[in-house]
Write a protein that binds this ligand. Structure first.
Ligand SMILES: Cc1cc2nc3c(=O)[nH]c(=O)nc-3n(C[C@H](O)[C@H](O)[C@H](O)COP(=O)(O)O)c2cc1C
Length: 145
């Protein structure tokens, strides 16, 4: 099964999470309310970027869950749109033994009207495409449980 878990302060990453979840046919889960991962789930994990880092709650979630051998796909949004938050999450997950299957990131609107309208419809369509691709790969390898 797939799980889509996100951390979002201002709603941008939640939009991306919802696009991914819609493609996978599952619901989104806010990391603030999420306790444990389902056994053997394939996890889509996302965060906004705050001072070049992912949300603290996401880091705490990674620490208290078992990612050993778990398949994970990452997503994120930021002002710069260059994926620093995704790279930082990857650095937390690698020592935890996760298997990173791919990542997606895009711009998110931010203060002073910067990036107005982001993530836009094209970026959300790209997020869906990303989820479709990862799902297809997992299914063709019989990895989806
Ligand atoms: C407290 C704070 C710090 C931020 N720091 C950065 C940053 O270091 N680099 C960047 O590119 N964007 C930064 N941003 C912009 C956010 O990453 C961007 O708006 C992102 O889409 C927020 O995601 P969210 O709406 O899911 O919370 C920051 C925004 C906030 C509120």
């Amino acid at each position: 099964m797939f799980e889509v878990i996100y951390y979002s302060k201002t709603g941008n990453t939640k939009k991306v999470a919802e696009a991914i979840a819609a493609e996978l046919g599952v619901k989104v889960e806010n990391v603030k309310a999420k306790k444990e991962l389902a056994k053997d789930s394939f996890v889509f994990l996302g965060s906004g970027c705050y001072a070049s880092k992912p949300g603290k709650k996401l880091g705490e979630f990674i620490k208290r869950n078992d990612f050993k051998g778990r398949q994970v796909a990452l997503f994120g949004t930021s002002g710069a749109g260059i994926g620093l938050e995704v790279k930082a999450v990857e650095e937390l997950l690698k020592p935890a033994g996760a298997i990173i299957k791919g990542s997606f990131y895009c711009k998110g609107k931010t203060w002073l009207l910067l990036n107005r309208g982001h993530p836009n419809s094209e970026e959300l369509a790209n997020a869906r495409e990303f989820a479709r691709k990862i799902k297809g790969q997992a299914e063709s390898k019989g990895e989806k449980k």
